[in-house]
Design a protein around this ligand. Sequence first.
Ligand SMILES: [Zn+2]
Length: 347
Amino acid sequence: MFVKSVWMHWGDLGNSVEDVVKTFSRLRDHGFSKAFLFVKSRGDVIYPTKHEARFAMEGWEGGDPLEETVKVAHQMGIEVHATFVVFCEGTWKGWGVPSEPGYWLSKHMDLVQIGRFRGPPSVPSVEKLKPILRWADPAKEEVRTHEKNLILEVVENYDVDGVQLDYIRYPEEAEGCLCNHCREVFKGLYGIDPKEIEKPNHARSLWVQWRAQNITSFVEELRLEMRRISPETVLSAAVFKDYPRCLVAVGQDWPRWVDEGLVDFICPMTYEYDLKVARYLAKNHRAAVGGGATIYEGLGKRSSQSILSPEEVRAQAEAFKSEGANGITIFSNSALTDEDLVELDKV
Ligand SMILES: [Zn+2]
């Protein structure tokens, strides 16, 4: 059974249960069986939390939006996976433009990551450590606790079928966190200040592995807590398409998470215009995790890196299927047209 699923933003829930019914009945009619619903974005959540996050659904009519959505989806035979933007806690404003910390991070500026920004090629020696204002530091215990608290609160209180981790990595705009805490911890382990690491040497490999371990250990701790609270709730991750580059660039070692049983499945964000490239990436993903693992290939109907016609959506879905994917996850629900759905019926 080739699974059809979709990422869903909270705008797709509209203002009421009637809107949720409309959204989910359309998916049901076209054989979709899972929705990855963004429950937490960069400091905002769609349920009343007792932790420090902002409730984003003030205008919603009738009850708790997450509880009502899960109820409707289950009536239609569709699973709901609560999707959390994890360490990214602020807004991207574009390359070279200062980002902004979100609701929670703006109150805890000591938890912001510190990045190295080099000067332009003409003066590369100009080098500054600056805060990366939209990212919380995964190496800090307070950050890890905050993120886990929000996820576990949903696992405990809602009948969700799974949790999906998004932004479960370091940012792309810097090579890891160089705050005093991270520098001290790394120095204590290896006797090297990461600020002094130049690119081509062995210490750099240690730095890459240390960063990846900070992310992997978070997934592991969460998995253990989830098994204790709700063993039947599955855990998955939305991951970068370009392994192993993403291990170096953003500290994301997702094949390891699969190997060690930390996640039940992965959704690589294989957003591409070109069919040949998309197919090649899907082949690599299968090779990275082996035949037994479950992969739902992320398909970018409309994403930061692709806008596809209904025919292209179908062609990519078929390519993913033939490369051994267990299903697709469309990005995202609001971009799906009726024509797309008709094409996908044929896959
Ligand atoms: Zn740090």
